[in-house]
Design a protein around this ligand. Sequence first.
Ligand SMILES: *Cc1c(COP(=O)(O)O)cnc(C)c1O
Length: 226
Amino acid sequence: MQSNLAATVTANLEAVKGMMAKAAKAADRAPEDITLVAVSKTHGADAILPALAAGQRVFGENRVQEATAKWPALKSQYPNVELHLIGPLQTNKVKDALGVFDVIESVDREKLARSLAAEMAKTGQHLPCYIQVNTGAEPQKAGVLPEDTDAFIRLCRDDLKLNIVGLMCIPPVDEAPAPHFALLRKIATRNGLANLSMGMSGDFADAISLGATHVRVGTAIFGSRM
Ligand SMILES: *Cc1c(COP(=O)(O)O)cnc(C)c1O
């Protein structure tokens, strides 16, 4: 069983990297300019270790508690892992999040931005952060509304001195993702932000053609989540 899972994850990872390279080439982009964030949420060490053994070093998790339980042991084996938080962060978990994550992709409101800035001032950390934009203006979804994003970027960067490196979005499930990717790129460009975290298992090739620098891929690598 175990070796079966390892073989599957290793093959899936190779396949995803191949598709990423193909999409990059089609868009006249250098494959090395696009980082694969392997989304390992809900999956255990038995699935993650084969990806690490194959050289994958950038991972995404959406829950602080799960990451805290899984990753310290894995990171002690692979110290150069870069772990991205891609899910909502409650302010009472900021301290724990800064203990395990290396990049925060889900800065989505002023209260969280202030809490991150205050805690990082205490610890001397300066983690790269992304602002999550709710490109579809979905009421149930986290993220800053597109029309509020410029002002929010200024607050985070200029007033709070957060290390804002880019934008992240999760398009509505029932819409074509391309217009959302294009909107995210437009907002990033006019604010001088270099990184675009967009694209998941079903649409990462589209995202790459529209300028993604980071794609967050879970299912296509690790299989479906229970
Ligand atoms: C789970 C998740 C992903 C990965 O989705 P897949 O469809 O499994 O590739 C990407 N981004 C976020 C924010 C997620 O929560």
